[in-house]
Write a protein that binds this ligand. Structure first.
Ligand SMILES: NC(=O)c1ccc[n+]([C@@H]2O[C@H](COP(=O)([O-])OP(=O)(O)OC[C@H]3O[C@@H](n4cnc5c(N)ncnc54)[C@H](OP(=O)(O)O)[C@@H]3O)[C@@H](O)[C@H]2O)c1
Length: 92
């Protein structure tokens, strides 16, 4: 059986990933892993303070991490869902 090997993941330079729930748990680890592979990571979280703490923690491990916060509350705010769509369209 082939085992997952993080080191085998190629550079993600030039790519942009949107990671929901990026401030903790699986989302945080995904954001950290992608940032360490030079991917730009858009941290979409519902709490700005938690997102900024997570971004600071990632930058301790990956000083040149290309991170950006976008507020997204999937449960309580359809406005924030529309907001992230419009924000991403402006970046495209
Ligand atoms: N951890 C595991 O081993 C494991 C295994 C299998 C499946 N899962 C599933 O995978 C998912 C993530 O697991 P996890 O351990 O990473 O969970 P977690 O540590 O609880 O993280 C959940 C993330 O989702 C965010 N979130 C929750 N509700 C949200 C909402 N309405 N809008 C925007 N963001 C919201 C949380 O933000 P806040 O910090 O602001 O609450 C947090 O960033 C869960 O559904 C879990 O059941 C986990």
């Amino acid at each position: 059986m082939t085992m997952f090997n993080f080191n085998a993941i190629p550079s993600q330079k030039g790519r942009i990933a949107i990671v929901t729930g990026a401030n903790t748990g699986l989302g945080y680890e995904t954001a950290l892993g992608l940032a360490s592979k030079d991917c730009k990571v858009i941290m979409s979280c519902r709490n700005k303070d938690k997102a900024e703490k997570a971004m600071a923690d990632i930058r301790k491990e990956v000083p040149n991490a290309d991170l950006e916060f976008i507020k997204l509350d999937l449960q309580n705010s359809l406005k924030s869902v529309r907001g992230i769509r419009e924000s991403l369209q402006r970046k495209a």
